[in-house]
Structures are given as C-alpha cells and as structure tokens.
Design a binder for this molecule. Sequence first.
Ligand code: GLC
Ligand code: CA
Length: 546
Amino acid sequence: MLEKKWWHNSVVYQIYPRSFCDSNNDGIGDLRGIISKLDYLKELGIDVIWLSPVYKSPNDDNGYDISDYRDIMDEFGTMEDMDNLLKEANDRGIKILMDLVLNHTSDEHKWFMEAKKNPNSKYRDYYVFRKPVDGKEPNEMKSTFSGSAWELDKNSNEYYLHLFSKKQPDLNWENEEVRNELYDMINFWIDKGVGGFRLDVIDLVGKEPDKLITANGPKLHEYINEMNINTFGKYDLLTVGETWGATPKIAKLYSNPIRNELSMVFQFEHISLDEIPGKTKWDLAPLNFIKLKEVFNKWQTELDNEGWNSLFWNNHDLPRIVSRWGNDSEEYRELSAKMLATVLHMQKGTPYIYQGEEIGMTNVVFDSIDEYNDIELLNMYKERISEGYKEEDIMKSIYAKGRDNARTPMQWDDSLNGGFSKVKPWLKVNPNYVDINVKNNLEDENSIFNHYKKLIKIRKNEDVVVYGDFKLLYKDHNSIFSYIRELNDEKILVVANFYDKDEEFVLDKSIKYEGCEILLSNYKDSSKDIEKINLRPYEAIIYKLK
Ligand code: GLC
Ligand code: CA
C-alpha cells in the first residue's frame, strides 16, 4: 500500500487566467478576477488550483513563453496581486500550483537576448545553438508548431533549437548552470507558499538534438531526480508532469515515491484515440470506444502501488470533452457531460477539472480564421494551405481539435460577453453563453455544476474511490462503460451508457452483494435492480454495494 498523501484525495481545478475573469475591463482575464471567484471554487469543493502561466511574457504562446520567471505579466496584475491570490486561496484551504515552463524560455528572456547579442557570453550555452550543415538547418527536427525546429540567428549565422515557436528557444539542460538557475527560481516560488507545480512538457528536457532525441532522453530521470532533491522534494508538495510520451512503465519511473521525482504525470494515451494513428492530431478519426476502455484499464491497473494517476478529459490544449466524446446537442448536452464526469471521477487517481468543464462548456465554431488566436492552429492553417489542403477540411480540423475551443472566455452569466468582461474580450465568447453559464448552473439543483460537486463529495466520503482496486467490466461492449472499485468490504459499481441508444446491462454473476444504494445518477429515477438495468441514453449510475 502507498503511503497516504494529501493529494491522493484532492481535486484540482485548472485556470487559464487570460480567459477566466476580467476585473478591470480591458478584455483580458487577470489575478484580481481569479481572487473574485475563489468562493465559487470553494463552493465546487476543489482543493487545488493549477494556474496556467502568469509570469512576464510577450504572449507568443499565451504565457508559455516566459521572459521573466520572477515577475507577473502586466495584463494579469502585479506581484502584490499574486501574493494576495496566494493568501486568499490559502485562507480558503485552497493550494495553488504554478505552471513551470522549464524546457524553453521566451526569446525576450534576458538570457536569450544576451546569448544572441554576444555569442561569447556564458548565456550562449544556456540554449542550443548549432552551425549550419551544408548551408542549411543542422538536421530535420520539426517544431510541434509546424516547420523546422531550427531558426537561423542571422547575427552569428548559427541556428538555435525551438521545439515550439521560434519565440520559444529551448534551454540546454546539459548545462549545470542552467539547471541551477531554474532550481533557484523554483525555490523562489516555494518560499512564496505555493502548493506545488505542473511541469510543462517536462519529458523533453533530456533531449539530445544531435541524435534527434526529444522526449524521454537518456538523462531525463537523472535531471528530474536532481531537481526534486534541490527543490520541491524537501516539502510536501504536489508535482505533476506533462508527459505526452509516457507509457505506464515510464509513468512509474516518474511517480514511484521511492524514486523521488514527481507526484504524478499527465499521460495522453486516451487523448490520442480520435486521430489517424501515426499522423497528427489534426487528422481526424472517430473515437475507438473499446480502445478507450482498454487504455483506461491499463493505466488503472498497471500503476498499482508503484505510481499515481492523474485523471482528466480537458485542459487548455484540448477540445471540450462534451463536444468531443459526449453530445453537445440541446437534448443530450447535460446528460452526456455528467456521464463523462462520472466515468472519469470514480477512477483511481487525482482528478483535474478544466475551467468551464463543470458547467458543460462546448467547442466553438468561428466563421473565419481571423477570429482565432492560437499560434499552433494558425501555423497549421498556413502550412496546410500552402500544401494544398482544402480550406474547408482545415477548418473542420480546427473545429474539432483547435486549442481555442478551450480558451474562449469563461461563461459566468447571460449578460454581455457572458459576464467575463464589459469590453470586447481578447478572444470571442462562445455565443451559447446565454444558455450555458455559471449563474444558471448555480440556480439548478440538477445542473452539471452540482453533479461535479457531488462527485467531489463522494471522493471525500468514500475511501474506496481513492484507494480501491479497479476492475473493468463489459470490456468488449460497444456502448457500456462499467467498472467496479473495491477496498476491503467496500464496493462501488459504475455503470454508464456512452451513447444515445438504450442498452441493457446485466450484472456479472461473479459480483457478490446483498443490497445496493445509488450514490449518484444523471437521471432522477435510475433502477436499483442491478441484476439487469435498462440504461437510457448517456445514463450513468454510481452504486454502493453492500
Ligand atoms: C505545453 C502546454 C502548451 C504549450 C506548450 C509549449 O504543451 O500545455 O499550451 O503551448 O507546452 O510550452
Ligand atoms: Ca483585465
């Protein structure tokens, strides 16, 4: 059995500050806006806020390009506002996770400016500069945001590496001084009283560009262990790494407590199940539902006592789950949003809720590419147009997968701009704010918000949800998602219909029980006769078995 940790039964809420709440009506969300909504988050029942980056940044990638790790972005407020946010959150028993972008800085960071200005300065080796090969890029490495990962610095006629935008030069982790600078900075934030960190694309820091190695480089775990020992390992903090390339085996390297690396990682295997294998996220394929269950089952069972899972459907890089794998029609939006939440939240691991998910916010369809903001999708658009793709097909990919789906402003009420701001926001509000908003959700006992609130309560009340074993039922069924959680004599059964046709569920004979109680359902009159249940569209029920 794992040693118990405070974050084992915590629920995390992710805030994308730019889009959360605008306190001074300049169209951009800010720290004071967040402070004004802490009581709302307390009401939901979350324990931790993961704050997407709030540091100084020229915003080429909305804060994931940091020009000063120890200062706050002007649009978001001041360090005093940040200190107030920490205090106000801590007063409510809510911890704050800072987003650490350690793989790269902004090209406007003073280290990079020095490195460019003076090739002989020590800062040159903070980054990855290489001489041209045959007058061209050193090798064929590609940027996640389209095109080559190498950009020519005309001044010195050398290329620098950027695995993301050219305004996000990669740091050279092989340089010990770079690592120590970053550890000092992490300690600066620990001293301010943060509850932990989310580590952006952390699996890239062990890269070996000359060997074309990006994720999971040979020194990766050595570095993370070193970081742990020099910074957060000395305290009782939550750390979660973003690791697109993690398998369960790799996740155990990160999160097995005896190794002193991280608390847990975000794995993305389930998230890639609706793209054409081997292609990009923009190459759409229908969700393989059987595979989805297989992937969850694998992660739920394989980490076991040697690691810890994070549970999520959404973040600021992903489309809205209710539009993606639920059903955002008027008839089924609420039912399917609750079903998806139920299926995820009763699993073993720490759940993450992304702002707006708790009210069932949906994807957005803007008519013109000019209305979009995200660098990833804009670069993809340009690249595919030049490669001869049909515009209509490109827009289809953007509607399905574009990151701006998650970034439209939070919908607080049905007033102008959804109550986010009194002026035109930096990114258009989804016009459905008139019906989908926080105010409606708070007024309705059966809202999606209240469903999330109840799911969080169940986790707090039932140890079996936190520590119980996971067993998948009905693994080959085309529509039913069902599993059992078990801890000593405690049993929780989850039965869910993932689609909009009625389905019959028959309980596996091997499951012994004497009576059952419904802990939560998304229908008012769900059956208590669990031998055989007629599941209605998107029906999802949590039973406690005796
Ligand atoms: C991570 C972030 C994403 C960002 C990228 C580069 O994937 O979640 O938003 O663009 O890293 O920092
Ligand atoms: Ca503002």
